[in-house]
Design a protein around this ligand. Structure first.
Ligand SMILES: [Zn+2]
Length: 232
């Protein structure tokens, strides 16, 4: 099994979530020479208010939209796991798949969605965040977790840092002042979703949010995360 070193792995529930959560930071990192890859867990085939849309067609459209957004941001590779939308579960299979990818790509930083947001939170988001945290620790780290992966040459890997977007307890702000416009452009690649967005004036709403997230810092616009440094 071939392995390779990447610096950042973004694990996202649906096509478009990573653009809301971390695209400004991804664009900045790529500009600084970092290597970023995406793992998209579901195919997004329920994300529409159009009752006449066929799920397979929507999944096909959303894959293309995600590829376009990733290309714009300079993401090197996008891996689609293709679980059905609204059907993600905390299964041994899903956890092992994430461990396998972490061991192949050996990221220093894993970015995903905070699973601990209370009350109203998309189930796929909660599960993606939780299973990603479990995959990072202890399953990717421990050599006896998956003897079959070890036999394939996929050695244990220690992730150094986790960033969680959508957190109710952000403790880390990332400067996206110079990449906010690319974030918006990447979001607009998700044409099937932009009309489905929370606010009609997406850019204005996101700019206000990014300003709020940067309050107290010496930059104008931010994305906010709960950051966990892992001391092994
Ligand atoms: Zn989502």
């Amino acid at each position: 099994m071939m392995t390779e070193q990447t610096q950042v792995m973004v694990i996202t529930p649906h096509p478009d979530d990573a653009e809301y959560g971390v695209a400004g930071t991804v664009a900045r990192w790529v500009g600084e020479g970092k290597d970023v890859i995406y793992v998209v867990c579901t195919n997004g085939d329920k994300g529409t208010s159009d009752a006449n849309m066929e799920p397979d067609e929507l999944a096909r459209i959303r894959k293309q939209e995600q590829l376009a957004a990733a290309k714009l941001l300079g993401v090197r590779e996008v891996i689609f796991l293709r679980y059905p939308d609204q059907a993600l579960e905390d299964t041994p299979e899903f956890r092992k798949e994430l461990v396998r990818l972490i061991r192949i790509y050996k990221p220093e930083t894993v970015v995903t969605v905070d699973p601990y947001r209370r009350y109203v939170w998309h189930r796929d988001h909660r599960i993606t965040g939780q299973v990603t945290l479990d995959a990072v620790f202890p399953y990717a780290r421990d050599s006896l977790s998956y003897p079959d992966l070890l036999k394939q040459g996929l050695l244990p890997h220690k992730v150094k840092e986790i960033l969680l977007w959508g957190s109710e307890e952000p403790n880390y702000r990332s400067n996206i002042t110079n990449t906010f416009d690319i974030k918006i452009a990447a979001l607009r690649c998700h044409k099937s979703q932009v009309g489905f967005a929370l606010h009609s004036d997406l850019e204005k709403w996101l700019r206000e949010r990014a300003k709020t997230m940067a309050e107290g810092d010496d930059f104008e616009l931010a994305e906010a995360f709960h950051r966990v440094e892992i001391w092994w």
